[in-house]
Design a protein around this ligand. Structure first.
Ligand SMILES: Cc1ncc(COP(=O)(O)O)c(C=O)c1O
Length: 441
């Protein structure tokens, strides 16, 4: 327990995606984590209803991961990944490839979701160039998409506060599909909405406008998380796949959130039965114990790029910490836990319980929608008049004070617990939110 006197100077740290001034007046500081719970510096137990930032899928403080990292640090703390390798980097790539849809068995390592996205976009451009179609440079994202914070990611992303400050420096030649969110049609849908497949037809309009010969790739989150939980309508992803295939455009699924069990399958691609050309990953890949990310690539795309190079380096891209030994140790230990504890299956089994518990919030104060898929729920609140986001911010703060960590984006509360959650804890999450909503204006 940290008393007020033990709190260090907070002024030097410029916190990411944080209201720094408000935070530093009333800091929420975490000291420890184990299983489903954080412990704050004030000694309070806080249930983690968001798996950290959608990433601690196996729960906190897993001993297997702790041991793997400690042992690796002592044995081989770092190895350059350019023109040199270490055994676990290859083992980790094979372990990831086994979880990917068939044929997507070439793996490039990064350190984060943002890096995975920028890597995937570069691979798409390199692929077309290697095939002699270097004029395919256009990238298509989607409104409300979140693809991290690199210049590539914010260019294809569709969240305006993340883009506006940098608008003069975004990638040229990017276009966006419309988002699929429509509460008038789809409020309180359980699972995938039946209405909205036609939003994918907009891709045909974009192709007609720019011509397919200029378009390299389409990138979407199969289920959009950070923007506030947008569930793809039935048939939508299938249609995007059919249209991209027809026009020789690569399809990238950004699975930074959906990868590693969130929907009750190894990937959203498996869950939806739609196979893209590239899959970006991070977060749950290492249970967030060490920063790590990866891109899974269809073998023919890899082979085309590698085969087209005359000799020497085939793809001029990589990070000092690609396949960092601590990351690959954490990845191998994490994937081992997922398999041993059958956590993806567990998430699938818990999904109906989770869905029922979430939808009990229909009719709760301020709630205008509840939506869910796998172990993800979005609870949309009526925004406060003239103060969008303020109501959800208050719910977040009050929940935390009462020992429950939730996330909010705008006026949407997002719930995405570790996959180890127990049924009773699921009920507790939504009951507590209900109670807190009663106390918020
Ligand atoms: C779909 C998606 N892509 C990319 C990212 C960026 O990941 P990172 O914050 O690790 O760079 C996120 C983060 O939430 C995400 O949800």
């Amino acid at each position: 327990m940290t008393s007020q006197a033990n709190i260090p100077d907070l002024s030097n740290l410029w916190m990411p995606f944080t209201a720094n001034r408000q935070f530093k007046e009333q800091p929420r500081l975490l000291a420890k984590a184990k299983g489903m719970y954080y412990t704050s510096t004030a000694g309070q137990q806080v249930m983690d209803a968001t798996a950290g930032l959608w990433c601690v899928n196996a729960g906190h403080g897993r001993q297997e991961i702790v041991d793997a990292i400690a042992q690796q640090t002592a044995e081989l703390d770092y190895a350059p990944s350019f023109q040199l390798g270490h055994l676990d980097s290859f083992r980790a790539a094979s372990a990831i490839a086994k979880l990917m849809p068939q044929g997507m068995d070439r793996v490039f390592f990064t350190n984060s979701g943002s890096e995975s996205v920028d890597t995937a976009l570069k691979i798409a451009l390199a692929y077309h160039r290697a095939r002699g179609e270097g004029q395919r440079t256009r990238l298509i994202g989607r409104e409300r998409g979140y693809h991290g914070v690199g210049f590539g990611g914010i260019s294809v992303g569709g969240i305006s506060p993340n883009r506006k400050t940098f608008s003069g420096a975004l990638l040229p030649g990017v276009d966006h599909l419309p988002h699929t969110h429509d509460l008038a049609k789809n409020a309180y849908t359980r699972g995938q909405p039946a209405w909205g497949e036609h939003f994918a037809d907009e891709l045909e309009r974009i192709v007609a406008l720019h011509d397919a010969s200029t378009i390299a790739a389409v990138i979407v989150e199969p289920m959009a998380g950070s923007t506030g939980v947008l569930i793809p309508p039935k048939g939508y992803l299938e249609k995007l796949r059919a249209i991209t295939e027809k026009h020789g455009i690569l399809l990238i699924f950004d699975e930074v959130i959906t990868g590693f069990g969130r929907l009750g399958a190894a990937t959203a691609s498996e869950f939806f039965g739609v196979t893209p050309d590239l899959i970006t990953m991070a977060k749950g890949i290492s249970n967030a114990a060490v920063p790590a990310g990866a891109v899974a690539v269809r073998r023919n795309i890899h082979d085309t790029i590698v085969g087209a190079a005359a000799s020497g380096i085939e793809f001029f891209h990589g990070y000092t910490y690609s396949a960092h030994p601590l990351a690959t140790a954490a990845i191998l230990a994490t994937l081992g836990i997922y398999e041993k504890d059958q956590l993806f299956q567990r998430a699938k089994n818990l999904s109906p319980v989770f869905e029922n518990a979430a939808h009990k919030l229909q009719g709760a104060r301020h709630v205008i929608d509840v939506r869910n898929l796998g172990l993800v729920a979005g609870i949309e609140l009526q925004p406060r008049e003239g103060a969008p986001g303020a109501r959800a911010a208050e719910v977040f703060a009050k929940c935390f004070d009462q020992g429950l960590m939730v996330r909010y984006t705008g006026d949407i509360i997002a719930i995405s617990p570790p996959l180890i959650i127990e049924e009773g804890q699921i009920q507790e999450i939504f009951q507590k939110i209900d109670e807190v909503l009663k106390t918020v204006d």
